[in-house]
Design a binder for this molecule. Structure first.
Ligand SMILES: C[S@@+](CC[C@H](N)C(=O)[O-])C[C@H]1O[C@@H](n2cnc3c(N)ncnc32)[C@H](O)[C@@H]1O
Length: 362
C-alpha cells in the first residue's frame, strides 16, 4: 500500500502556515487533495485525492524549501490501537509499507502538551515494538537503508506510520536539542546556534565558517549571537545602542559600536552579517539583501519577526524583497526553527551553501 499522506510536524499554532505551504506545493505539482490541520495540534496532514500521484509528489518536495515544517513524513492512514495491544497493529501497518530495512525507528508525537504526555507511553513501548518488528523481519541499518521509520502518536490510541527520506530533518520530532551555554548572555543565543546547525551542518565547511573570519552583528545586545560567533573564533563588530555583556568585550575579539543597524556600513567587507533586530521583517529582509548584493558580507543569517496574522504572506513578501534586492543567483533558505517563536530565521548568500549534513546518530 502506498504511503500517500504527507505528514508535516510544526510548532503549535503554525498548523495553518504548514497547511498553506503544502497546499501551495501540491498546487504547483498539479496534485489535488485536502489538508487536515487542527489548530493547536502541532501537525498538518495532506491527503491527495489520487493516492497513485502521491509518491512522485512527496519525492518532489524539497524539505529545505518548506519554511514551517519541522519534518516531512510519507504516511499511511491513521492506525487505531488497542490499549492492551499496540504492537500488533503497528507491526502489521509497517509491513504494508513494503520495505524491510530502515535507517532507524523513531517513536514521535506532536510537540504539544498532550503530545508530551505520551512520552512515557512511547518509552515503554519502544523495546516491545522494536522486538516485534525484528520478529516480523524488519531490520534497522543506519548505513545501508535510505529511509527512517516514523511512528507518530496523535493520541494513546492512534498513530500514523510512515517514512522520511535522507533530506528530512535529522532529529527526532524535527527538534535539535541544544543546551543553553551557561556563559552566553541571552537565550537568543540558541537561535543562532540552531540556525548555524540547520543551515551549515554540525561541522561547517571551513569555506563557510572558520576561526579568523569577520562578522557584524546588527542588533547585538546583550550579545547572545555575538557570543556564538566569538566562540567559533570570529572577530565580531557588535552593533547596538544597547549594552553588550561586559565579559564579551574583554580580550579584543568583540568590538561594540553604538549605531543604528540600518545606517551602519562596514569599513571592509566581512564574511558574515547576522541580524536579530526587532524591526519590521520586510525592512530587515531588504537590509540583508542589500548587504549581500553589495558584497558587504559573503553570508548572512537574519531573523524576521512575524506579525500575528498572515505570517506566511509576510514570509513570501520578505522573500520577494530579498530577491528583488539581490538579483544575482543566490541561496536563500528560510526556516521556522525550534527556538523561533513568532519569527523565522533566514540564510542568504551569493555563494553555494557548502552544507554538511549533521552526523547525528539515528
Ligand atoms: C532580540 S534583541 C537581540 C538579542 C541578541 N541577538 C542576543 O542574542 O542577545 C534585539 C536588539 O535589537 C536592537 N535593535 C533594534 N532596532 C535596532 C536598530 N535599528 N539598530 C540597532 N539595534 C537595534 C535592540 O536594541 C535589541 O538589543
Amino acid at each position: 500500500m502506498t504511503a500517500s499522506r504527507i505528514l508535516l510536524y510544526c510548532r503549535t499554532g503554525f498548523e495553518r502556515e504548514c497547511a498553506q505551504e503544502i497546499t501551495a506545493a501540491a498546487g504547483a505539482a498539479g496534485v489535488e487533495g485536502f489538508v487536515k490541520a487542527r489548530p493547536g495540534s502541532g501537525f498538518a496532514l495532506f491527503e491527495p485525492h489520487d493516492p497513485a500521484a502521491a509518491g512522485d509528489f512527496a519525492a518532489s518536495i524539497a524539505f529545505d524549501e518548506l519554511v514551517f515544517a519541522r519534518q516531512l513524513v510519507r504516511a499511511l492512514p491513521l492506525v487505531p490501537l488497542a490499549a492492551d495491544d499496540r504492537v500488533v497493529p503497528i507491526v502489521a501497518t509497517v509491513r504494508r509499507l513494503g520495505a524491510t530495512r530502515f535507517r532507524a525507528l523513531w517513536l514521535e508525537m506532536p510537540d504539544t502538551n498532550e503530545g508530551k504526555a505520551l512520552a512515557a507511553l512511547t518509552r515503554t513501548l519502544a523495546p516491545h515494538l522494536e522486538s516485534g518488528l525484528r520478529t516480523a523481519g524488519i531490520a534497522f541499518d543506519e548505513a545501508q537503508a535510505k529511509e527512517r521509520l516514523h511512528v507518530f502518536f496523535v493520541g494513546s490510541l492512534a498513530c500514523h506510520v510512515g517514512t522520511s527520506a535522507a533530506g528530512g530533518s535529522p532529529w527526532p520530532m524535527g527538534i535539535p536539542r541544544l543546551r543553553m551555554p551557561p556563559s552566553a548572555p541571552s537565550r537568543s543565543t540558541l537561535k543562532l546556534a540552531e540556525a548555524l546547525l540547520v543551515f551549515l551542518g554540525e561541522d561547517p565547511d571551513a569555506r563557510a565558517l572558520a576561526p579568523g573570519m569577520t562578522a557584524v552583528d546588527l542588533g547585538a545586545a546583550p550579545g547572545g549571537w555575538t557570543w556564538q560567533l566569538a566562540r567559533r573564533g570570529l572577530m565580531v563588530t557588535a552593533v547596538d545602542n544597547g549594552a553588550i555583556d561586559a565579559a564579551l568585550l574583554e580580550g579584543g575579539q568583540v568590538r561594540h559600536r553604538r549605531d543604528d543597524g540600518f545606517h551602519f556600513e562596514p569599513a571592509q567587507p566581512v564574511d558574515w552579517m547576522v541580524c536579530d533586530m526587532v524591526e519590521s521583517p520586510s525592512r530587515v529582509a531588504r537590509l540583508a539583501g542589500r548587504w549581500v548584493a553589495r558584497g558587504w558580507c559573503r553570508r548572512s543569517i537574519f531573523n524576521l519577526k512575524l506579525p500575528m496574522k498572515k505570517r506566511r504572506d509576510e514570509v513570501l513578501r520578505c522573500r520577494a524583497s530579498i530577491e528583488d534586492e539581490i538579483g544575482a543567483p543566490h541561496t536563500l533558505r528560510i526556516k521556522h526553527l525550534y527556538h523561533d517563536r513568532e519569527e523565522v530565521t533566514a540564510y542568504l548568500s551569493k555563494e553555494p551553501l557548502h552544507w554538511k549534513r549533521p552526523r547525528r546518530k539515528s
